[in-house]
Design a protein. Sequence first.
Length: 120
Amino acid sequence: MASEAVRSTHVSLAAALAQGPPPAGNLAVPIFAHGTLEVELYSPRGHDPQQPHMRDEVYVVARGTGRFFDGATRHDVGPGEFLFVAAGQPHRFEEFSDNFAVWVLFYGPAGGEESAGTGS
């Protein structure tokens, strides 16, 4: 029996948080994957040790507050806020609350997508 293509998925924040800590070697909990898209839930504790990533990524703050350092500027962030980080760009979260959690969406090829001249 052939498996059916994924047409839709629903994952609540509570369900993602209930999956527990990240697996060994990961900073975030894998939640969903489809094609080049990988969705994770990142809940740093104490400090954010992440390094630049090989692919473009999007963050959506799910809960808590903090500051986002984009390699040059710091931005206050809170629930519902959207952040884009190009592949290879240094970045991290700072001064975040104990309940801080962000959805992380990695997509596209290693090295990032080429700019099409729109949306930036």
